[in-house]
Design a protein around this ligand. Structure first.
Ligand code: ATR
Length: 284
């Protein structure tokens, strides 16, 4: 299901991606709209790999009010936006576009979605804690500013390619708002344990786990995999064996969508009923 009501007068939104047929965003936004009494239409649009910008322009010409952007177009959406939020500028990627009076505003709601899921839904504090972020690609970069805004005691970024972790450390220094410690590490360099360990690598997609030592997990550690699946992710299985509490990225998916909905409609939907729905129904 992708359309709530087919009337031409409805405010129209969509998600662009390639592939896009398995996107949960149309169902999520339809549920948000019905829950908040908002009347809108939200569809999934397949943009050809070489035609993201024309696809967006076409949607604007059709009266589109806003769009989510997913793999592989978040960098192109960043380049397309005429105006960027600070968190999108730092992320270097855009997942939420708003079209108004000829201006394309780009935002990134992924990082705030992650932080909200950890701190509010999983009731796990980041402030004052030792955080380990695994990965230094787009997902890690998107999480950087919202994580630092929580003022953890320290942020360690570990990645297979150390230079990319070092780039993120430089970016963090440039924000000048973070007062704690920040460092880049290779997997082999990691020592000591961490309070919150976030997997932002795409290793779980290949059922792999970054080669981190068991010792980074303490009995009280909270491990978060940004990936989600019907079953347990490979990272979360590893973290649980090491004694950690775990959570996957279903809540982050819902929270980033809720933040986009809020940007567009000025109303914040509840994610808990959707979490229960998708977890029970599976196939998220
Ligand atoms: P995304 O947008 O999902 O972050 P990305 O920008 O391609 O995708 O970044 C993928 C991240 O997962 C990178 O940190 C990558 O490590 P490199 O920077 O060394 O490439 C990491 N990654 C991917 N597959 C991995 C694996 N099998 N083991 C460990 N890290 C992996």
């Amino acid at each position: 299901m992708s359309v709530i009501n087919s009337s031409a007068q409805l405010d129209r939104y969509c998600v662009f991606g390639n592939p896009i047929q398995h996107s949960k965003s149309p169902a999520i936004h339809a549920m948000f709209a019905s829950q908040t009494g908002q009347t809108l239409e939200y569809s999934a649009r397949l943009a050809p790999l070489d035609s993201f910008v024309p696809s967006v322009q076409q949607f604007i010409a059709e009266g589109g009010k806003g769009a989510n952007v997913t793999v592989p177009f978040k960098l192109e959406a960043y380049a397309l936006a005429n105006h960027l939020s600070e968190r999108a500028a730092i992320a270097g990627a855009v997942n939420t576009l708003t079209f108004s009076d000829g201006v394309i505003v780009g935002d990134n709601t992924d990082g705030v979605g992650l932080v909200r899921d950890i701190t509010e839904n999983a009731k796990t504090a980041i402030v004052g804690r030792r955080i380990l972020l695994l990965g230094a690609g787009g997902a890690a970069r998107g999480a950087l500013l919202p994580l630092l805004a929580q003022q953890p005691a320290s942020l360690t970024i570990a990645n297979r390619t150390i230079s990319k972790a070092e780039d993120l450390v430089q970016l963090a220094h440039a924000t000048k708002t973070y007062r704690g410690e920040i460092e880049a590490k290779t997997w082999q360099d990691l020592n000591g344990s961490f309070d919150v360990i976030i997997n932002a690598t795409s290793a779980s997609l290949q059922s792999e786990v970054p080669p981190i030592p068991y010792t980074v997990f303490a009995d009280t550690s909270f491990a978060y995999d940004m990936m989600y699946s019907d079953g347990q992710t490979s990272f979360n299985r590893y973290a649980e064996q090491a004694g950690a509490r775990t959570r996957d990225g279903l809540g982050m998916l819902l929270e980033q969508a809720a933040e986009a909905f809020f940007i567009w409609r000025g109303v914040r939907p509840q994610t808990a009923p959707l979490f229960a729905h998708f977890r029970t129904k599976g196939s998220v």
